[in-house]
Design a protein around this ligand. Sequence first.
Ligand code: ADP
Ligand code: MG
Length: 244
Amino acid sequence: MSDVLLEFDHIDKYFGDTHVLKQVSLDIEDGEVCVVVGPSGSGKSTLLRCANRLEEIQAGEIRLDGQSISDPDGDINRLRQRIGMVFQSFNLFPHKTALENVTLAPRKVRGIGKEQARSRAEELLEDVGLLGQANSYPNQLSGGQQQRVAIARALAMDPKVMLFDEVTSALDPELVGEVLGVMRGLAEDGMTMMVVTHEMGFAREVGDRVVLMDEGRVVEIGAPESFFENPQTERGERFLSKIL
Ligand code: ADP
Ligand code: MG
């Protein structure tokens, strides 16, 4: 049951002289939803970006299924097939339809045939409730719809882990629920997920564990109920007193 899928092993990350991640160690289990919270600037985005090698680390190791993925000589395309990421800004290709956005990487990176890519993309768009918008362009879709296309696009590579970095922060409040609903469905289907979010309802209800970061360190890890009801650290208490 407790198979570790993604491991951060004593990682250090610097931007110039700024020490942004300090000896961060964290194990994510297969099928786990790990919610990462913490004040702005605490290193949450950088942690996710290191896992996807959008940033390089200076010390430590990140492993997926026991194999190093932080080696700068490793195959980055292969890594990004196994770890999908969705960002605050939707980053869809504006001149491509929803369907084309979802089929592009499987066709180009994985060499999957047109028909196969299309039928898989249709399945994924159906899963996120957007099959009817398959031929729409991003500017014809709401922010919530665009973000759901972005999730379908990441899933099209059949990743083992999905990383979500504040994916609802840029949305109008009435559109947040539809995106969180898709993420909840993924979690229920057993996807392994790291989710940076300010949505504490989601953290409580969907998260298996909550990780609190502060100043580049993991300062508390706990089950949501214990973290929210009874934080074990003074920093945990202070963080919760500001947001709840
Ligand atoms: P969070 O996502 O928790 O708000 P970030 O991971 O974005 O925090 O940032 C952590 C720290 O790293 C901050 O001090 C931020 O200013 C710094 N930082 C992030 N990205 C860069 C960058 N590309 N260059 C220099 N400093 C950066
Ligand atoms: Mg961030």
